[in-house]
Design a protein around this ligand. Structure first.
Ligand SMILES: [Zn+2]
Length: 245
């Protein structure tokens, strides 16, 4: 498989592999920055929903509080009328009946006033929660726009870098033996990015640690032919070989 007019196949593959890993890293960064932006936008949308929900609750709570206030007001008016009547009674019997009713109404007022307070407290609690959510939303909102700009800018840079790397990759790939390139691409598509691994000093695959035969070891070190690991399938290269040079 080796061509004396070119650098060894393994060396070519290693260079291609290095470019592919750079491409993968750039693609990861691109994806990650986009995801960060989306999650920030989701955060803002979630807070807006929460705020709308609280507004709805507040509207209902304020109506409840007003109703409780009106009910208590009506009872208080009734008490005033009774007070006037108590002052006008002529007989002891009338007095007894009027004060009894007066006391009953006063008790009812106490209950209604408790309820009134409870409803007012609910409004106040909701207002506190609403304020906190509003503040959180303002802060998140203030972050999204600059983040969007930053991600957009970085995206342009990353896409330019990617275009350069992909071009470089293409130029290398077309010079490679087609069968070897096919093998390499198949291995890569089957696993996460890793298509090549060094044969360690102990004579095992640097990726999955499966050992190779003496004959395979000699082939790998001599770079006379492409040898794949029988454990994980990656192409093995001599440990002292550098992907960058
Ligand atoms: Zn392996």
């Amino acid at each position: 498989m080796s061509d004396p007019s070119q650098e060894p196949l393994l060396q070519q593959l290693l260079r291609l592999h290095a470019i592919d890993q750079q491409i993968a890293a750039l693609e990861r960064e691109l994806k990650q920055s986009q995801e960060d932006l989306f999650s920030a936008m989701d955060g803002v949308a979630g807070l807006k929903e929460e705020l709308e929900r609280l507004d709805g609750e507040l509207l209902r709570a304020r109506t409840d509080a007003r109703t409780a206030e009106h009910t208590a007001d009506a009872k208080r008016d009734q008490l005033e009328r009774l007070r006037a009547r108590v002052n006008q009674v002529k007989t002891e019997k009338q007095y007894g009946a009027a004060t009894l009713e007066f006391d009953l109404v006063r008790q009812e007022i106490r209950k209604l006033e408790d309820k009134e307070l409870e409803k007012l407290q609910a409004v106040e609690d909701l207002e506190v929660r609403r304020k906190a959510v509003q503040e959180e939303l303002d802060a998140a909102d203030a972050e999204v726009e600059p983040l969007g700009e930053k991600v957009g800018k970085r995206r342009v840079e990353l896409e330019q870098e990617l275009a350069i790397k992909r071009d470089r990759r293409h130029n290398r790939a077309i010079r490679l033996d087609r069968n070897v390139l096919g093998l390499y691409d198949r291995i890569r598509s089957g696993r996460a990015e890793v298509a090549l691994a060094p044969l360690t000093g102990e004579g095992v695959c640097g990726y999955c640690f499966t050992s190779v035969t003496i004959q395979q070891e000699m082939q790998i070190k001599g770079m006379s032919t492409i040898v794949c690991c029988e454990g994980c399938g990656v192409i093995l290269f001599p440990e002292d070989m550098s992907p960058t040079r």
